[in-house]
Design a protein around this ligand. Structure first.
Ligand SMILES: Cc1cc2nc3c(=O)[nH]c(=O)nc-3n(C[C@H](O)[C@H](O)[C@H](O)COP(=O)(O)O)c2cc1C
Length: 171
């Protein structure tokens, strides 16, 4: 499968817009690969590096995967995305099933990190976690805290992933 390298900045708006609907974040630990839908995240620069920051709640299986192997890919649909696959990845946990198989997603060998991309979500960022920050919901304004957090295990962890490769997967 061919990969067309991209300039991250050329696609920053596309990725930001896609986050409003949800994109996939894929992780790998040993032989297990898992994808979850994320809606919170951003592309930017820090420490003079291009980064993607993802916000993963503490109770997600993805959080366990990231802490075991701190690399991930961001997988952005380009020409629509199967609704069932989206539902599986956004509501089921990889603790209970092989979500890729259930969702009909095809892993594509990566270039730099150990985590595959996904054929069905061809716009790909390969990321290596360089910083991890546990957020404290108690520091938020009350209205946001009440809206987004009811128990401690729902706090988010911000994973700052250095973008080490960016490309479009082509057939
Ligand atoms: C549109 C949408 C956006 C989501 N965004 C996030 C997010 O940014 N962070 C997060 O922790 N969970 C988010 N979720 C929830 C996870 O995708 C969901 O809990 C998933 O089942 C977790 O999978 P895992 O347990 O295999 O990691 C989102 C779900 C949907 C449907």
């Amino acid at each position: 499968m061919r990969k067309q390298p991209i300039e991250i900045t050329d696609y920053a708006n596309t990725i930001t817009a896609a986050l409003r609907r949800g994109v996939l974040l894929t992780t790998k630990n040993g032989e297990k690969v898992n994808s979850m839908v994320i809606g919170w995240g951003h592309i930017g620069r820090i420490w003079e590096l291009p980064v993607f920051v993802a916000y993963v709640r503490d109770n997600r299986y993805t959080r366990e995967m990231l802490d075991a192997n701190p690399e991930f890919t961001v997988n952005v649909p380009v020409n629509g995305f199967d609704k069932k696959a989206f539902t599986v990845c956004g509501t089921k946990s990889g603790r209970e099933m092989d979500k890729l198989a259930e969702a009909g997603l095809t892993p594509v060998p990566p270039e730099v990190v150990s985590v595959p991309g996904l054929k069905e979500c061809p716009l790909t960022l390969e990321c290596r976690v360089i910083y991890r920050e546990e957020q404290t919901a108690a520091r938020l304004p009350e209205a946001l805290r009440r809206r987004f957090y009811s128990v401690e295990t729902e706090d988010h962890i911000a994973y700052f992933g250095e973008i080490v490769a960016a490309y479009l997967i082509e057939d």
